[in-house]
Design a protein around this ligand. Structure first.
Ligand code: HEC
Ligand code: HEC
Length: 191
């Protein structure tokens, strides 16, 4: 047990040393990404955006790639040269060398290596000073509770969260999960 713990520490230290990202560069890259890349690739790198749904070739979620499959060089090649015959165009003319290095470091560190579920969007800097007060609606925004969950399956807080979501959040969060097992009368009839 002790030996295992020691081995794990060595492995973790090795991984950290091998891929220690320059955090300032990564944060610069986050800004580039949130301006240039998010609308096709998603704030969370999951490609669940309205634009992605309309593209002839859909971007894949960055988290689907292993670190071996998607090394920084592959990301850099895509950003510099684009991918022929796809909506992924070259950014060589639009971004400086520093910005390219930054966005490559960000995509690699945030999505491919750390598999961070998202870039926080509702932050004070982004104009959302106290978003936590809407937390009752978060499960509906994240899709963890389907919008059409039966009334009786929800507690009072969840019902309030759903009302808030439908009135205030759905304009942007149109991808919320809906589980529809057919009209209620049909379900009743099949019983
Ligand atoms: C107009 C939409 C669009 C924008 C903007 C965009 N991409 Fe892409 N990107 C795509 C599509 C579509 C693919 C998948 C292309 C394919 O598989 O042929 C892709 C693929 C990629 C890949 C995978 C390359 C590979 O080898 O599989 C990387 C990395 C990438 N994009 C990074 C970025 C970065 C970084 C930015 C911002 C600087 C960006 N993209 C901006 C649409 C876009
Ligand atoms: C003006 C558009 C807009 C509105 C209105 C909006 N959101 Fe969001 N929200 C976003 C975007 C964009 C993201 C980032 C999406 C991603 O990660 O791909 C996001 C992300 C989130 C996340 C994931 C965590 C985070 O902070 O990034 C939660 C939870 C969330 N929103 C809840 C809500 C709730 C609850 C409401 C209503 C009170 C709401 N949102 C209203 C645009 C909006």
């Amino acid at each position: 047990m002790k030996a295992l713990a020691a081995a794990l520490i060595v492995v973790a230290a090795g991984a950290a040393a091998a891929a220690l990202p320059d955090s300032r560069l990564v944060e610069e890259g986050r800004r580039v990404y949130n301006f240039r890349c998010y609308y096709c690739h998603g704030y969370s790198g999951d490609a669940r955006t309205v634009a992605a749904a309309m593209l002839p070739v859909r971007p894949r979620a960055f988290v689907e790639f292993s670190a071996e499959e998607m090394p920084p060089l592959r990301i850099e090649m895509a950003v510099r040269h684009g991918l022929p015959g796809s909506p992924m165009k070259s950014f060589a003319g639009a971004l400086s060398a520093r910005e390219i290095a930054a966005v490559v470091a960000f995509v690699h560190d945030e999505f491919v290596v750390r598999r961070a579920s998202n870039t926080r969007y509702h932050t004070p800097e982004n104009g959302w000073p106290d978003h936590e007060r809407y937390s009752a609606a978060f499960p509906f925004a994240r899709g963890s509770i389907p919008l059409d969950a039966p009334e009786g399956s929800l507690g009072a807080r969840e019902r309030a969260g759903r009302r808030l979501f439908v009135t205030t959040c759905i304009t942007c969060h149109d991808g919320a999960a809906v589980r529809d097992a057919g009209p209620a009368w049909e379900r009743a009839a099949s019983r």
